[in-house]
Design a protein around this ligand. Structure first.
Ligand SMILES: *[C@@H]1O[C@H](CO)[C@@H](O)[C@H](O)[C@H]1NC(C)=O
Ligand SMILES: *[C@@H]1O[C@H](CO)[C@@H](O)[C@H](O)[C@H]1NC(C)=O
Ligand SMILES: *[C@@H]1O[C@H](CO)[C@@H](O)[C@H](O)[C@H]1NC(C)=O
Ligand SMILES: *[C@@H]1O[C@H](CO)[C@@H](O)[C@H](O)[C@H]1NC(C)=O
Ligand SMILES: *[C@@H]1O[C@H](CO)[C@@H](O)[C@H](O)[C@H]1NC(C)=O
Ligand SMILES: *[C@@H]1O[C@H](CO)[C@@H](O)[C@H](O)[C@H]1NC(C)=O
Ligand SMILES: *[C@@H]1O[C@H](CO)[C@@H](O)[C@H](O)[C@H]1NC(C)=O
Ligand SMILES: *[C@@H]1O[C@H](CO)[C@@H](O)[C@H](O)[C@H]1NC(C)=O
Ligand SMILES: *[C@@H]1O[C@H](CO)[C@@H](O)[C@H](O)[C@H]1NC(C)=O
Ligand SMILES: *[C@@H]1O[C@H](CO)[C@@H](O)[C@H](O)[C@H]1NC(C)=O
Ligand SMILES: *[C@@H]1O[C@H](CO)[C@@H](O)[C@H](O)[C@H]1NC(C)=O
Ligand SMILES: *[C@@H]1O[C@H](CO)[C@@H](O)[C@H](O)[C@H]1NC(C)=O
Length: 565
């Protein structure tokens, strides 16, 4: 009946908040009907210790709702409600209600459920009280003191002692120390089992991550990141509580006075580094903070602090960003050049200019600079051929040349930084002027033609094999997917053929005579690697390109589990 989904919701709810009554002293409860407002008498609810508070804090010209630690001279914000757009007017009010949890009331606006308790109604659960706990966790209780919601379950940029970062959770850095809106960096667990830090707008593939930690441990599965009350930042198995690896601890704490209380927090800071801090309190008076650990050691440019088409360098110990030659800043950001985004300073798009053959390009070499991301094409050719092929290729905007390998890049160029690696040369394509040619009208390409220029037969094969490779590769993945579904009927389908070196059997029905068997073999091998059960065995995107190109040997794949009878 109708109660079944409600029961399910209730169970779900309890699962999400199964940390029941960890603190048994319920003398510091916020009763139903309590209100706070930014300018009223009560602006926040504080914890029993007085060290933490939940409520309104100034945010630019308006207010935001959050939790802070009462440090001096400034409070430390450890949680923010709705960091994607935290601003609230001075007329807002927060009210603790039985049926709707925490309600945000703003003038001339519908009430907003501050905390996602929509399902409270269906589950027929009622809030009985709330509490700002001494751990820094803000919780809503039912009448049996089961937690219905906790701020620990929905972190912003910080985890506190006693808090865990589990699979579905991520941290997003703040814009700055004074603006706790969501900023530029993300820390979360990625599909490849790593806890990874990357730019928020990237896809957070392995090549996007500037810091990563494996969280998969054989025999345990995925571990969560836990910060203990005592200040150890460790990878822990949730069910057994075993610590498998610790990143940092309070052992290095200096000046540990006997009477002091320590509050630990791990924060993904606005500069992208992930740091462990210890705040020291004597009584309720804050007496300093120490940084115990940081994730990124050494060169600050390891963190992608520069935006699109700009590169990072250090000048008098400060991180600076600069546009590549031929690019200009999209908007000038004063003297803090971090996060600079740049665009081409010539309006003509590449492909457009190729159709207009009067446009000529130069390859400008950049000293000691390189960038990251994925090239769209990797070809083993001479440097001059590499430059030439980029000049003629409308997709190509820049190349990295290293030890006989030409990596061609489209825009935008990402993760640029200065480099001391002399064996690598970077070239950026720049328009160099107008050349009038009598045959120009004949050589112009029609807009529907693909913009592919080929220098020699070898490159043609490379390009064709890559194109064919991707099509076949996705085709193969799809086919293998279908294959998995029907594995009971036909599962002795592909691996045996491959193992027997008889790939042509697989395409017997196709018009297969023109297929290069070597390439096909590579693709099938690669396909088999890409469908390995263990994600750690699967190759990275970069490896896939190199392997398809034949620049990297493809080892013989292990037989996937489903091939074993
Ligand atoms: C509970 O809190 C009250 C008020 O702060 C305190 O007096 C009491 O000792 C606490 N009890 C326990 C068991 O911690
Ligand atoms: C403000 O808080 C005090 C105690 O914390 C409470 O007695 C009082 O009713 C509150 N005022 C309002 C308007 O909620
Ligand atoms: C700090 O503690 C003292 C004494 O215990 C108390 O008078 C004072 O109000 C407290 N301050 C805060 C901010 O809680
Ligand atoms: C707050 O409310 C008052 C009167 O109710 C109004 O005059 C004022 O403009 C409001 N302020 C904001 C920021 O909405
Ligand atoms: C609270 O506890 C009582 C007795 O253990 C139980 O009957 C009731 O269902 C519980 N209520 C909730 C909302 O969990
Ligand atoms: C991410 O992309 C969105 C949408 O394009 C944009 O509004 C936002 O400013 C970007 N964030 C950063 C940090 O670049
Ligand atoms: C964090 O995980 C540990 C086990 O590793 C568990 O004991 C603890 O209750 C969890 N804390 C929260 C707030 O869920
Ligand atoms: C503690 O300090 C030592 C040396 O000062 C350092 O080698 C070690 O990495 C530090 N440990 C942590 C967890 O920061
Ligand atoms: C610790 O606190 C007690 C009581 O407040 C005080 O007598 C003692 O001197 C303090 N010790 C230190 C090392 O500060
Ligand atoms: C920018 O430069 C001006 C003047 O040179 C200086 O007053 C200001 O503090 C600088 N701002 C930053 C963020 O460095
Ligand atoms: C482009 O190259 C030509 C010939 O190499 C040279 O004359 C011209 O000055 C270059 N233009 C730019 C903008 O570098
Ligand atoms: C190229 O073609 C355009 C019209 O399509 C014509 O106006 C122009 O004169 C031609 N230029 C040359 C160099 O033939």
């Amino acid at each position: 009946m109708a109660s079944t989904p409600a029961l399910l919701l209730l169970v779900l709810l309890m699962l999400f908040a199964n940390e029941t009554t960890a603190e048994t002293n319920h003398t510091h409860l916020i009763p139903i009907g309590s209100t706070i407002s930014p300018t009223g008498k009560n602006t926040s609810w504080s914890s029993r210790s007085g060290l933490f508070a939940f409520g309104f804090y100034p945010h630019g010209n308006s207010y935001a709702v959050g939790i802070w630690l009462l440090t001096q001279p400034k409070h430390t914000i450890v949680w923010t409600y709705h960091p994607y757009s935290p601003s609230m007017s001075s007329n807002s009010t927060l009210r603790l209600t039985k049926e709707d949890g925490l309600l945000l009331l703003q003038e001339n606006e519908d009430p907003e459920f501050l905390i996602p308790l929509y399902f409270l109604h269906q589950a027929k659960v009622e809030v009985a009280s709330a509490s700002m706990l001494d751990s820094g966790n803000f919780v809503l209780y039912d009448k049996n003191f089961s937690m219905l919601w906790s701020s620990f379950g929905d972190p912003s940029d910080t985890i506190l002692g006693g808090q865990n970062l589990t699979g579905g959770m991520g941290l997003v850095s703040s814009v700055s120390q004074s603006d706790h809106s969501s900023g530029h960096f993300l820390l979360s667990r990625q599909l490849d089992e790593h806890l990874a830090a990357c730019r928020v707008n990237s896809t957070c593939e392995p090549e996007d991550a500037y810091w990563a930690k494996n969280t998969y441990f054989e025999g345990y599965g995925y571990l969560q990141l836990s910060l203990s009350i005592e200040g150890s930042l460790c990878l822990k198995d949730y069910s057994s509580g075993s610590e498998l690896e610790c990143l940092a601890s309070s052992k290095n704490l200096t000046d540990k006075s006997k009477n002091a209380t320590f509050i630990y927090r791990a924060t993904l800071d606005e500069d992208g580094d992930f740091r462990l801090y210890a705040h020291q309190f004597e009584g309720n008076t804050s007496s300093g903070v120490q940084t115990l650990w940081k994730a990124v050691e050494g060169d600050k440019c390891q963190v992608p602090l520069c935006g699109l088409n700009s590169y990072c360098f250090i000048k008098s110990d400060k991180v600076m960003c600069q546009c590549y030659p031929g690019f200009i800043p999209i908007k000038s950001g004063g003297n803090d050049t971090r996060f600079l985004d740049c665009e081409q300073n010539h309006s003509k798009d590449n492909c457009e200019s190729i159709e207009d053959p009067t446009m000529m390009y130069n390859m400008t070499s950049l000293k000691d600079i390189y960038w990251g991301g994925s090239p769209y094409l990797v070809v083993p050719i001479e440097m001059e051929t590499c430059k030439k092929s980029c000049r003629k290729d409308c997709d190509c905007r820049a190349v990295l040349y290293k030890s006989g390998i030409c990596e061609k890049y489209k825009l935008p160029l990402l993760y640029g930084r200065s480099s001391k690696d002399a064996s690598m040369t970077a070239f950026v394509k720049m328009p160099s002027g107008i050349v009038l040619s009598p045959t120009s009208n004949q050589t112009a390409l029609s807009p529907t033609k693909p913009c592919v220029f080929v220098d020699d037969k070898r490159s043609l094969i490379m390009i064709l094999s890559l194109t064919l490779g991707w099509i076949s590769f996705f085709g193969l993945v799809f086919v293998l997917y279908i294959f998995i579904i029907y594995r009971h009927q036909v599962h002795s389908w592909v691996y045996k053929c491959y193992a027997a070196g008889q790939l042509n059997k697989l395409v017997a029905d196709d018009e297969g005579e023109d297929v290069d068997w070597k390439i096909l073999e590579r693709m099938v091998k690669l396909g088999l690697w890409c469908v390995q059960d263990k994600p750690s065995l699967r190759p990275t995107m970069k490896d896939v390109i190199l392997m398809l190109e034949g620049l990297k040997d493809i080892p013989v794949p292990p037989s996937p589990a489903f091939f074993v009878e």
